[in-house]
Design a protein around this ligand. Structure first.
Ligand code: HSE
Length: 369
């Protein structure tokens, strides 16, 4: 396998280093805008040098962002090259273009590192769905948010200070709002649901609430009631079809989610035969992420393509009702007061997220049952 590697940052360099030790694949060209010298690969500044190289059969996209990643990815597939990427924003946003395009061209598309970094989550969903119906996916999918919430809970750390540490440690996205407003988790749960259920979720029907307005006083309220706040994603089958959402959630102190430390992820599926299966590990970082990119390359070599057949677009139905902790001008029914916040009566997930859009200064967290 001859590889054109696009991007030589955190992930790209890790992929290059791991492949250097292998005999079944070789990086022959690296697209990098900086001047770099490599002993065994040609550094290029124009993607066409990779696209038009007939020797290169597989492109690894490790640049991040949507553009020009999408243009490069689709051009590679159209040229009959396999594509491996760790870019969840890319595959989630352009799911309806890239997955059918790869199928049409008869080439392989894989993106295991896009959800859970080093965790073999998507590849396990692929295996699981061969044998059983998956009922639910989700969990803690963003290391930056978990790092902030864990530090605020266990050490009483300040939100901003902890976010800066997460940036320094390289966990956060280039724009950390993507992490703390839940967008990164939103991309990951949509991609996971699409693969688990064989559908293509309408993205605007999946609501997202982040953690950026949480305060130390909120964390104290949670502690006083035996709860821990985590950013939790949910995608599941319902009687109406499918529901999917991302929101801060107050889990019980005794749950596995409550115990997840630092920047770790804990992602779970529930299958009709296997019941609950959870995957704990490093959701980011150079070598964990590069590890799964190389796993995908090995899978491509053995003939594996995308994880699930492309499925029809589906609206998420979020009429399920939950109780919420709300700090803000909530005018609906209230059952309890926690400090200066309230606990609502059960309210539809879709309704409270619509309310949050109108009240963006508020903070909310679902009470896990
Ligand atoms: N910013 C992401 C995180 C990186 O914190 O989990 C991995 O997707």
């Amino acid at each position: 396998m001859k590889i054109g590697l696009c991007g030589f940052g955190v992930v790209g360099r890790g992929v290059y280093e791991i492949i250097q030790k292998r005999h079944d694949m070789q990086v022959t060209k690296v697209l990098c805008l900086e001047d770099i010298q490599l002993p065994d690969a040609q550094a290029v500044k124009d993607f066409n040098d990779i696209l038009n190289d007939p020797e290169i059969d597989t492109v690894v996209e490790a640049m991040g962002g949507l553009h020009p990643s999408f243009e490069f990815a689709s051009a590679a597939l159209k040229a009959g090259k396999n594509l491996v990427t760790s870019n969840k924003a890319l595959v989630c946003t352009f799911y309806d273009e890239l997955v059918p395009l790869a199928a049409r061209m008869g080439v392989k598309l894989r993106c295991t590192a896009a959800v859970g970094g080093g965790i073999g989550w998507l590849s396990e969903l692929e295996r699981s769905r061969r044998v059983q119906k998956i009922q639910q996916v989700g969990g803690i999918m963003n290391g930056t948010c978990n790092y902030i919430l864990d530090n605020m809970t266990r050490k009483g750390s300040d939100y901003m200070e902890t976010l800066r540490q997460a940036q320094k440690l390289g966990y956060a996205e280039a724009n950390p709002a993507t992490d703390v407003e839940g967008i990164d988790t939103w991309h990951k749960v949509i991609l996971s649901s699409n693969i688990a259920f064989g559908i293509s979720l309408e993205k605007e029907s999946v609501p997202v609430a982040g953690i950026s307005r949480i305060t130390a006083a909120d964390v104290e309220n949670f502690r006083a009631h035996g709860r821990v706040c985590k950013l939790i994603s949910t995608g599941k089958r319902t009687e109406q079809g499918f529901s999917a959402y991302v929101q801060p959630t107050l889990v019980d102190e005794g749950t596995p989610e409550a115990a997840v430390p630092l920047n770790y992820n804990l992602i779970t599926f529930v299958g009709e035969t296997s019941d609950r299966m959870s995957f704990f590990g490093q959701g980011a970082g150079r070598y964990p992420t590069a590890y799964n990119v190389v796993q995908d390359l090995v899978d491509v070599l053995s003939g594996k393509g995308f994880y699930a057949p492309y499925g029809a677009p589906q609206q998420a139905d979020n009429s399920e009702t939950l109780r919420y902790y709300v700090r803000g001008s909530w005018a609906g029914e209230v059952t309890e007061h926690w400090g200066d916040a309230v606990i609502t009566a059960p309210v539809a997930v879709s309704d409270i997220h619509a309310w949050l859009k109108e009240n963006p200064e508020a903070f909310l967290a679902a009470i896990a049952e």
